[in-house]
Design a protein around this ligand. Structure first.
Ligand code: RP5
Length: 164
């Protein structure tokens, strides 16, 4: 299955590139679209309703400010929806974080963090969801985690060598 990444504006995309890159690294196909809950509401609903037929298994929704994208998407699908609050001025993402995380009961949105970790973690969480039904992806996820661990340990070894 693939992942769909919706973003409220093309101005969000530069900070979402690591999300797309992470999915690509794990061999997960990703549809990335600029669609806004406020500016293109009908197109958002059309996209979400047609997503399962295209093989989309997880929907990622990135938006800043009064971020309603993830909530609107979650209201129109039974697929898992993960929200990525974008850290825009003037409120630095607190606005988008609260908009995304405070969903009413019955309309679930998983909310990632603001800042650089959010987009990458959204990709990894989507991968973990898809890996539940995809043993080959689960194996790649395990390799990714082992590789990440080894990179940190290598940095630690380099630091120890420098401090000698
Ligand atoms: C949100 O408003 C978008 O997701 C973006 O983070 C923010 C600003 O959008 P632009 O004015 O740059 O198009 O809906």
């Amino acid at each position: 299955m693939k992942v769909a990444l919706l973003m409220g504006s093309d101005s969000d995309y530069p900070r979402l590139e690591p999300c797309v890159a992470q999915l690509k690294e794990l061999g997960i196909e990703c549809e990335a679209r600029v669609l806004s809950a406020h500016r293109t509401p009908a197109a958002v609903i059309r996209f979400v309703e047609e997503a399962p037929a295209r093989g989309v298994g997880v929907l990622l929704c990135a938006a800043g400010g009064a971020a309603h994208l993830a909530g609107v998407v979650a209201a129109h699908t039974d697929l898992p929806v993960l929200g990525i609050p974008m850290d825009n001025p003037p409120l630095g993402g607190l606005d988008a974080l609260l908009s995304t995380v405070q969903m009413p009961g019955g309309v679930p949105v998983g909310c990632l963090g603001t800042g650089v970790g959010g987009p990458v973690n959204a990709a990894l969480l989507a991968a973990r969801i898809l890996a539940l039904g995809d043993p080959a992806l689960a194996k790649r996820m395990a390799q990714f985690r082992a590789g990440q661990s080894e990179k940190v340990l290598a940095k630690d070894r380099a630091l120890q060598a420098k401090l000698k």
